[in-house]
Design a protein. Structure first.
Length: 130
């Protein structure tokens, strides 16, 4: 039991390292703007798409595995995405007299995430039927 717990922790750790590196690369590729936080929006939408793909694929298409979900879902996607940064950016926008942009940003993040999850899940399931 102890060895299995260590292996699960290692899977989350490795996935988290990969997700953090991907996030850092995305932050460099999409620099933060002064008005709209495009880098966080991009990271969360990419992370949502990956999570939808991994979850659907691992749950419905591949044989069960103990380590894939912690590695890819919890580790990689957990480190790539960030809800706490979204909260800080919404507060910053509102505090800097951009309340409308804060509401728009938060709405785009939530609705965009849901739409991304729905579309990617449908695409993975559709590919299975072919």
């Amino acid at each position: 039991m102890r060895l299995e717990r260590r292996a699960l922790s290692a899977a989350v750790f490795v996935g988290g390292c990969l997700g953090a590196l991907a996030r850092a690369g995305l932050d460099r590729a999409v620099p933060a703007g002064h008005d709209f936080p495009w880098d966080t929006l991009a990271a969360n939408m990419v992370g949502t798409a990956l999570l939808a793909w991994f979850a659907t694929r691992l749950q419905e298409r591949l044989p069960p595995s103990t380590y894939r979900r912690p590695l890819l879902g919890t580790g990689l996607c957990g480190a790539l995405t960030t809800f706490s940064t979204v909260q800080i950016e919404v507060i910053r926008l509102a505090r800097d007299s951009h309340a409308a942009m804060a509401v728009l940003y938060y709405s785009v993040m939530l609705v965009g995430g849901l739409v991304t999850m729905f579309v990617v899940t449908r695409l993975v399931r559709r590919a299975r039927l072919r």
